[in-house]
Design a protein around this ligand. Structure first.
Ligand code: ATP
Length: 360
């Protein structure tokens, strides 16, 4: 399908420093794409460039077959047919809910504006609040109104910047369920910014992971989680254990066991990333001499238990102490000091050349 929104070779500098660096991205109608990355990596700036809220310096932004931004000419945000939702909802405090939603419907005659606003409010389950003012609504309700306002003019593109950050955990999962449903129903192309990997995985058909202004990997949630192309991407989906060591006989020896080096050349240094859920611990049976570790602390997190472990390994006559984490499903709370057996799940282990360990 041809893209509705396309960013090509977009670079943006603040005070000479590139915060968006040669970024290219395409989004088709009905598709939800998330820009995911740590604070300060340039996500919001990329979104603002797509919206036209930031003057484009280098590259091109195209909506459908219409070029809306090139360094030489810039179409203002209100003429781009884009719906915007920001983290603070930005409802007009002096307008009631219905008037907030009707605000952007200038192409319709006045009575039709109110009718359309009420229809949009019904879609987000807020028709009962039409006469209320924003300060009379909860965060989740304001968020729904903001979405109704963004969707009301039937934009082809919706841009969302951390739309759930003001909501508590319980409300967040409810609202994002609803928002995803509405976005899919609208058929708009959606670009959403978030620093929360779980949120991106829930919402996105495709995730673009950003670091230092660049997209370092792009793909479906499944691809990024199961086939990260760097330690950075692997580590972005939750805390990980990281080791490095030389490749010898096709393996990398780590304190928790040998790991297949996945085609890396002999003698090169590898970075090994092990997800805590890929490091399974069980009670040590008598006579077992596999890889073991001692429990330093075990914590119940709810649906899983996080076990902080350590291993003492001798190297060149010295002794190195390694600390790492295992995440076990359910309640598993061994006593501090207990020695446990370790088994590794190859599906949760990633090996990269050390030169590529933290980058792309
Ligand atoms: P966060 O998740 O914290 O919102 P982000 O990934 O969205 O971060 P941006 O807000 O795009 O990142 O900011 C990228 C970099 O650009 C940051 O270092 C920020 O300080 C800087 N920056 C953003 N806006 C401006 C501005 N108007 N003037 C100067 N520097 C800016």
């Amino acid at each position: 399908m041809s893209p509705v929104l396309r960013l090509e070779g977009v670079t943006h500098r603040f005070d000479g420093i590139p915060v968006v660096d040669n970024l290219s991205l395409e989004i088709a109608s009905g598709e939800v794409v998330c820009l995911l990355g740590p604070s300060g990596c340039g996500k919001t700036t990329a979104l603002r460039l797509a919206a036209g809220l930031e003057q484009l310096q280098t590259g091109r932004v195209t909506l459908g077959d219409r070029e809306v931004a090139a360094p030489s000419q810039q179409i203002p945000p209100e003429e781009r047919g884009i719906g915007l939702v920001f983290q603070d909802y930005a409802l007009f405090p002096h307008l009631n809910v219905a008037d907030n939603v009707a605000f952007g419907l200038t192409s319709l005659p006045k009575p039709a504006r109110r009718e359309k606003a009420l229809l949009e409010l019904r879609r987000v389950g807020m028709e009962g609040a039409a006469e209320k003012f924003p300060h009379e609504l909860s965060g989740g309700q304001q968020q729904r109104v903001a979405l109704a306002r963004a969707l009301a003019p039937n934009p082809r593109i919706i841009l969302l910047d951390e739309p759930y950050s003001g909501l508590d955990t319980a409300l967040r999962s409810q609202v994002r369920d609803d928002v995803l449903h509405l976005l899919k129903e609208s058929g708009a192309a959606t670009l959403m910014v978030t620093h929360d990997p779980e949120e991106a995985m829930f919402m996105a058909d495709r995730i673009a992971v950003m670091r230092d202004g660049r997209i370092v990997q792009e793909g479906s949630p499944h691809t990024l989680y199961c086939y990260p192309n760097s330690a950075f991407v692997a580590g972005f989906f939750g805390e990980v254990n990281v080791f490095s060591g030389p490749v010898k006989d096709g393996e990398v020896e780590t304190p928790i066991g040998p790991v297949a080096a996945g085609g890396l050349s002999e003698g090169t240094t590898a970075t090994v990333v092990v997800r805590p859920e890929g490091l399974r611990v069980t009670t040590l049976q008598a006579g077992q001499s596999d890889y073991t570790a001692r429990v330093m602390q075990a914590r119940l997190l709810g649906r899983s238990s996080l076990i902080h472990l350590h291993v003492q390994s001798g190297e060149n006559g010295g002794s190195i102490e390694w600390h790492f984490h295992s995440r076990m499903p359910g309640i598993f709370l061994p006593e501090t000091g207990t020695r446990l057996r370790i088994d590794l799940d190859p599906g949760q282990i990633f090996v990269f050349p050390a030169s590529n360990g933290g980058a792309t």
